[in-house]
Design a protein around this ligand. Structure first.
Ligand code: CMP
Length: 148
C-alpha cells in the first residue's frame, strides 16, 4: 500500500532572514530570534555585520529602478544588520507568515511586524519570498557556505 501523503517526509528548506538596522538598534534581535526558534525552526547560520553597499544592491536587484530602491539600500547600509539562515519544514513560507505583510500597517497582530513595527521603511526584517530567492540570497549573505 502506498503511504498516505501526510506521512511522506517534508523536505527541509533554508531561508534568509535579515534583521534590519532598526531592529538591531531597538534591541529586537533576541525577540525576533526567539519567535523563529519557538516556532520550531533552526538557526543554522548567524552573523552581525555592516553590509557593504554592493551586497545590498545585489540583494535588492529585483527592485532596481523602483522609487524606494535608493532609500532601502541606504537604510540597510546605515547600521549593523543580523543575517540569519533558518532551516525547517516549509521554512520559507512559515517565516514569511510569521513576519507579516511587508507594510506593517497591513500586518496581522501576532506577526513580528504586526506586533513590533509601524513603517514600511523600517519593517524590521527581510525574509526570502520563495525557495529560489532563498538560494540566491543565502549564496550572497553566506558565501562561505552553510552546514549541509
Ligand atoms: P523587504 O522585504 O526587505 O523588501 C524590499 C524592502 O523595501 C521592503 O521590505 C521595505 O522595507 C522597502 N519598501 C519601501 N517601500 C516599499 C514599497 N512601496 N513596496 C515594497 N517594499 C518597500
Amino acid at each position: 500500500m502506498k503511504p498516505h501523503k501526510e506521512f511522506l517526509p517534508v523536505p527541509l528548506e533554508t531561508s534568509l532572514v535579515l534583521i534590519k538596522p532598526g531592529g538591531v538598534s531597538r534591541r529586537l534581535v533576541g525577540e525576533i530570534t526567539r519567535r523563529i526558534e519557538a516556532r520550531g525552526l533552526a538557526v543554522v547560520g548567524l552573523k552581525l555585520m555592516s553590509a557593504p553597499r554592493s551586497l545590498v544592491e545585489e540583494h535588492y536587484s529585483e527592485h532596481q529602478g523602483k522609487g524606494f530602491f535608493e532609500s532601502v539600500v541606504a537604510y540597510l547600509c546605515s547600521g549593523p544588520v543580523v543575517a540569519m539562515a533558518v532551516r525547517g519544514e516549509n521554512a520559507v513560507r512559515a517565516i514569511r507568515a510569521m513576519m507579516g505583510a511587508t507594510n506593517p500597517l497591513d500586518a496581522e497582530p501576532g506577526t513580528v511586524r504586526g506586533d513590533l513595527a509601524l513603517s514600511i521603511d523600517d519593517n524590521l526584517t527581510h525574509s526570502s519570498s520563495d525557495p529560489e530567492a532563498a538560494a540566491r540570497e543565502l549564496a550572497l549573505w553566506f558565501s562561505e557556505g552553510l552546514p549541509a
